[in-house]
Design a protein around this ligand. Structure first.
Ligand code: GTP
Ligand code: MG
Length: 184
């Protein structure tokens, strides 16, 4: 019967952004439910698999490519980016420089990755470490700056996240999966 069929998808998803913004921590939180405050820089690329029961008949396997922040200065990114269908671009809300780099990561993704249809891949932007903002809650970037990036690069959604306190990560993943499924 058609309605008892199970659809399984395997999606390659890139996780990029400057060094130490929290890419590996977000993935560890999402996949293993853990957080560590020790920083151990990723070398090259790491992989993680997250299986999501999307709905009654849909299982999504996200193959997460955790790309070292240092890699933006290398030449491997084009190889790493191949055949991906979605991406997270991460910055640290306490590090202005990491926000400035977002534009370069976005340009990189738009230039180097295309879906078979020729369309750019859906991208979700993560403003990480929101647990470190004080009660005033003011990050350094202005809403207009963010809105400009979202418009210019056609970003799917932006989420405030904390790997430490488990904020926003599941929601962000759902938004990306939804956008990826729309392209199927
Ligand atoms: P590279 O592998 O070098 O590209 O860095 P990365 O983006 O993978 O960063 P990583 O996840 O290793 O985190 C860097 C540091 O930030 C670590 O000390 C983490 O514990 C810390 N960190 C990550 N996410 C959060 C967060 O949401 N809140 C706080 N307070 N610290 C975080
Ligand atoms: Mg890392």
């Amino acid at each position: 019967m058609a309605d008892s069929e199970v659809n399984e998808h395997l999606f390659k998803v890139l996780v990029v952004g400057d060094a130490s913004v929290g890419k590996t921590s977000i993935i560890k939180r999402f996949v293993h439910g853990i957080f560590s405050s020790n920083y151990k820089a990723t070398i090259g690329v790491d992989f993680a698999l997250k299986v999501v029961q999307w709905d009654d008949n849909t299982v999504v396997r996200l193959q997460l490519w955790d790309i070292a922040g240092q890699e933006r200065y290398g030449n491997m990114t084009r190889v790493y980016f191949r055949e991906s269908v979605g991406g997270f671009v991460v910055f640290d809300v306490t590090a202005r420089k990491s926000f400035e780099a977002v534009e370069r990561w976005l340009s990189d993704l738009v230039e180097k990755v295309r879906l078979p249809s020729g369309e750019p891949i859906p991208i979700v932007l993560l403003a990480n470490k929101v647990d470190l903002l004080d009660d005033e809650g003011e990050a350094f970037m202005k809403d207009e700056e963010l809105a400009e990036l979202v418009g210019r690069f056609g970003i799917t959604a932006v989420f405030a996240t904390s790997a430490k306190q488990d904020i926003g990560i599941n929601e962000a993943s759902s938004a990306l999966i939804e956008a990826i499924l729309e392209n199927e």
